[in-house]
Design a protein around this ligand. Structure first.
Ligand code: SAM
Length: 207
């Protein structure tokens, strides 16, 4: 499939993201920014992301995904030869409460892996490879048990998606990416396979 996609409004879709995107044209998304579930049983999702998401991304588009520290080697391996690895981005959460892992690590920051389809466009200026989580929504989890604070995504969406572009969050949870996109004036497509999450997302976004 090809051609112009998604000239209209932003969308919130209930369904399995891999099924939903089968209807999306090739080369139609400017930025995938997402936060899949981290538990080990969900790891195969990253393999499917690597196999099925590049088709719908425009050349030069970025895919940024939160990854559990433990999963970085696996995710880098499954994305090899699918998208170009660009960098590891740091979500600094030094303030507030921290998870303590059984292996004896207190988690002060979360990694995000940044991949690009073919080459990242020249001349976009400098991008910080880390940002500080400034709000508390990621700790209070008011909307979703895995909710992130909006400061997780706002800085990067503003810089990685052009003003007329479209952002996809295929694992949207309570729609935090949509909240940031509304604030920044970017169109978005949000998908989740959980009915409750989609209801919360629609309520948050007034859609
Ligand atoms: C970590 S949460 C996202 C939280 C979100 N960042 C927020 O701030 O609320 C991941 C979400 O992925 C959804 N999910 C898991 N597998 C999915 C799939 N195959 N398709 C669509 N959504 C899926 C889960 O229902 C869950 O809501």
């Amino acid at each position: 499939m090809s051609g112009s996609f998604f000239p209209g409004n932003s969308k919130v879709i209930l369904g399995d993201c891999f099924e939903v995107i089968k209807n999306f044209p090739d080369n139609s998304i400017d930025l995938i920014f997402t936060d899949p579930p981290y538990l080990k049983k969900y790891l195969p999702l990253y393999k499917r992301m690597a196999e099925e998401f590049p088709r719908i991304m425009k050349d030069g588009a970025s895919l940024v995904t939160i990854v559990g520290h433990y999963a970085i080697p696996y995710v880098l391996e499954v994305f090899k030869n699918k998208l170009k690895y660009r960098w590891i981005l740091c979500l600094n959460q030094f303030d507030g409460k921290h998870a303590r892992m059984a292996m004896g690590i207190e988690v002060m920051w979360k990694p995000m892996l940044w991949f690009v389809k073919r080459a990242y466009p020249h001349g976009r200026g400098f991008l910080r490879d880390g940002i500080k989580i400034t709000g508390t929504a990621g700790q209070t989890k008011h909307h979703h048990k895995w909710e992130q604070d909006i400061s997780w995504c706002e800085y990067y969406i503003k810089r990685l998606c052009p003003e007329n572009g479209v952002v996809l969050d295929p694992f949207c949870g309570s729609g935090t990416v949509g909240v940031a996109c509304q604030k920044l004036g970017r169109r978005f497509i949000l998908i989740d396979n959980d009915e409750k999450a989609i209801k919360t997302t629609r309520q948050r976004l007034g859609m």
